[in-house]
Each structure stands twice: as structure tokens, then as C-alpha cells.
Design a protein around this ligand. Structure first.
Ligand SMILES: *Cc1c(COP(=O)(O)O)cnc(C)c1O
Length: 365
């Protein structure tokens, strides 16, 4: 068996340990004589795993009991409308800081529900190459919430500081860098993330809401039952059938992060080292590889760069594939190359990627 050196942007690589454990438990999960996909979501075995996953999440994040951890479906894209649907009623207004494709998509949905202030770093040609500086953020402090995207998966930029937003609740789409580094939970009111980049498989979306912000959400009776945060909170995300298997893989991934890696501070050190190695290869390539993102806004999760021509990029991708390196074509809207180096891709894989880059450069420069 040969495992790919997998830099897919999402769904993405999972830790080997997680896959092996899932394989081992596939036919007889926790002595039930069934796989986790076949047990009732009302069984004590399932519920214990479900609750344990929330506890692991809180523990890793450093969140107290005031945080509700919800398991939802529909991906981060569903949160784009869930957040405004639950919060923008009675003339309430929100502010969106747009630093990439997904932030723009979130604004499009929010506009259906209320009035929105937008602070954007979009360039004239429609691209995004930077995170705004604190002094650029003129935020109406009466905003019901401020929405940001911590890591821009497609453009390859990432916030390297947490913005001051004048006391308004901060909502963050963390889909592509959740648990890649510690984050200041007391600055946040709601975070969400599709699991398929850094936390597990697709099918489950993590939403964490602080009690005092949950309290401001629309009444349950005014919304479709399944589109109300209160439904999920009041029923421990078990109002209907949750995505059991996805939550199970999430559970194993959180254990890997907590017990094998040793938590978010260790993960951050590893991720910093990975990004350093890759950006170093770009910066020392004498212009052969060019990163479009401003240095202080560079992402440690999605490393994006260009070669001289699209033809050369095609050749790069093709030859990388022969070397066992896959998933590096940039998003269809931007072109170029993108190495998505989420948590499960450890330093070894990055070194292999850099070796390949160096070889390719020496032959083609
Ligand atoms: C991938 C991604 C999304 C979209 O996620 P889905 O789960 O496919 O809806 C949203 N935001 C960010 C930052 C992403 O990286």
C-alpha cells in the first residue's frame, strides 16, 4: 500500500492514527458488535462519545462550560445564513470584515436578513492579498456582531493578530485553521468550522457559541426548527439524527490532537515550522516561485504561489503527481499552486514537497 502525500484543500488528509483506529473499530465499535454507523444515536454508547467530543473540543480550545458546542450539518456555507438568520432581526445590523472568497460569500447571505457594513481588502482586480491593519477597522460599536474569516483558504492569507472590534461580539469562520494554533476565546462570541479541513471528515460543522451571545439569538418559535441555534443548544445537537460517523472521526482526531500532539501550543509550533520551510523555499527561489500574499498576512495553512506561466504550473502539478504529491492545484478561481498544510500533514511531508520544488526549479529555471 502506498499513501499519497496529500495536500488537498478539503476534504483533506487525516492523521494515520485516526484512520487506523477507525479501521480497527469498524466492525465492532466499543463492544457493540456494530460499527458506529449502525448504532442508534439514542444509545448510551453513542451519547457518551458525542458528549466526550464536546468535552475534548472545550478542553483543546480552553473553553469553559459557558460555551455551547454544537454539531450541525450543511457545512460552513450553511452558517453563512444561519448566523444572520438567528441574529439580524428587528433592524439589527452587522459588520463583515471581508478578506477573501468565503467572507464575500458570507456577506451575500447576510444581506438577505439585514443591513451590513462591509470592510474589505479586495484589490481592484478582484483578488485578495492581505489582512487589514487594526487602524483600518472602523467598526460601528453598535453592530450586533462583527464577522471575520481567520484564514483565507483560497487566497492563502491568515490573520496574525486578533482584531479589536469595539466591544461588539466577534463571530469567526475558522473552517481552515481551527485548532492549528491557540486562540483567545474571551475575544470571541461564536466560531464555526466545517470539519473537513482540520478536524475530520465532511458532514459535521462545529459551532461554538458563548452563553451570553446565544441569549441574543432569535426565539426558536420564529425560525424553522432546524435553523435555530436554540434547537441545537437545548437538545444537545440531538434534536434529530446527527452525522454520527463524522462526529466519531472528529472524536478520534481531537484525541490525536490532545494526546499524541499534546494540544494547540505544540500544534502551533509544528505548523510554524512547516510554513517556515515552505515559504523559505519560495523566497529563496530567485523569483522562480512567487507568493502573491503580503508577507505579514501569509497563511500557515494554505501556502499559495505562482510559477512563470500557467503551462509551467501544469507541468509542476503533473510532475508532482508522479512523485506522489497530490492536491496542489490552486482554486479554480485563482489558478496557481496551493499546498494545504493542515494539522495532519506533518513536517516530513513538507520536506518532501520542498525537495520536489527544488528539483523542479533546478531543471526548469
Ligand atoms: C471551505 C471553507 C468554507 C466552505 O465550507 P463548506 O463546509 O464546504 O460549506 C467556508 N469558509 C472557509 C474559510 C472555508 O475554508
Amino acid at each position: 500500500m502506498k499513501r499519497a502525500i496529500n495536500f488537498n484543500a478539503g476534504p483533506a488528509a487525516l492523521p494515520m492514527e485516526v484512520l487506523l483506529k477507525a479501521q480497527e473499530e469498524m466492525l465492532d465499535w466499543r463492544g457493540t458488535g456494530m460499527s458506529v454507523m449502525e448504532v442508534s444515536h439514542r444509545s448510551s454508547e453513542y451519547e457518551a462519545m458525542h458528549n466526550e467530543s464536546q468535552e475534548l473540543f472545550r478542553k483543546l480550545a480552553g473553553m469553559g462550560p459557558e460555551w455551547k458546542i454544537l454539531f450541525m450539518t450543511g457545512g460552513a456555507s450553511t452558517q453563512f445564513f444561519m448566523v444572520p438568520m438567528n441574529y439580524l432581526f428587528r433592524e439589527r445590523k452587522a459588520t463583515y470584515i471581508v478578506t477573501g472568497h468565503w467572507g464575500k460569500a458570507a456577506v451575500k447571505e447576510a444581506k438577505r436578513f439585514g443591513s451590513i457594513d462591509v470592510i474589505s481588502t479586495e484589490n481592484e482586480d478582484g483578488s485578495f492579498t492581505r489582512i487589514p491593519k487594526q487602524e483600518e477597522l472602523r467598526i460601528d460599536p453598535t453592530s450586533t456582531y462583527v464577522h471575520m474569516t481567520s484564514n483565507n483558504t483560497i487566497y492563502g492569507s491568515q490573520w496574525q493578530y486578533w482584531p479589536e472590534v469595539g466591544g461588539a461580539p466577534l463571530v469567526c469562520d475558522m473552517s481552515s485553521d481551527i485548532f492549528s494554533r491557540p486562540f483567545p476565546v474571551d475575544k470571541l462570541a461564536l466560531i464555526y468550522a466545517g470539519a473537513q479541513k482540520n478536524l475530520g471528515p465532511s458532514g459535521v460543522t462545529l459551532v461554538a457559541i458563548r452563553d451570553d451571545f446565544l441569549y441574543l439569538a432569535q426565539e426558536q418559535s420564529k425560525l424553522p426548527t432546524m435553523l435555530s441555534y436554540r434547537t441545537f443548544s437545548e437538545n444537545n445537537s440531538l434534536y434529530n439524527t446527527p452525522p454520527c460517523f463524522s462526529i466519531y472521526i472528529l472524536n478520534l482526531t481531537l484525541k490525536w490532537l490532545l494526546y499524541s500532539i499534546g494540544g494547540l501550543e505544540n500544534m502551533q509550533k509544528i505548523n510554524e515550522e512547516k510554513a517556515r520551510i515552505l515559504y523559505e523555499a519560495i523566497d529563496s527561489s530567485e523569483g522562480f516561485y512567487r507568493g502573491p500574499v503580503e508577507k505579514e498576512s501569509r497563511s500557515q495553512m494554505n501556502v499559495v504561489f505562482r510559477l512563470k506561466t500557467p503551462e509551467m504550473e501544469d507541468a509542476f502539478i503533473k510532475q508532482a503527481k508522479s512523485a506522489g504529491i497530490i492536491g496542489i492545484r490552486g482554486h479554480r478561481s485563482t489558478g496557481g499552486i496551493r499546498f494545504s498544510i493542515y494539522n495532519a500533514n506533518l513536517v516530513d511531508n513538507i520536506r518532501k514537497a520542498v525537495e520536489f520544488m527544488e528539483e523542479f526549479r533546478l531543471i526548469n529555471r
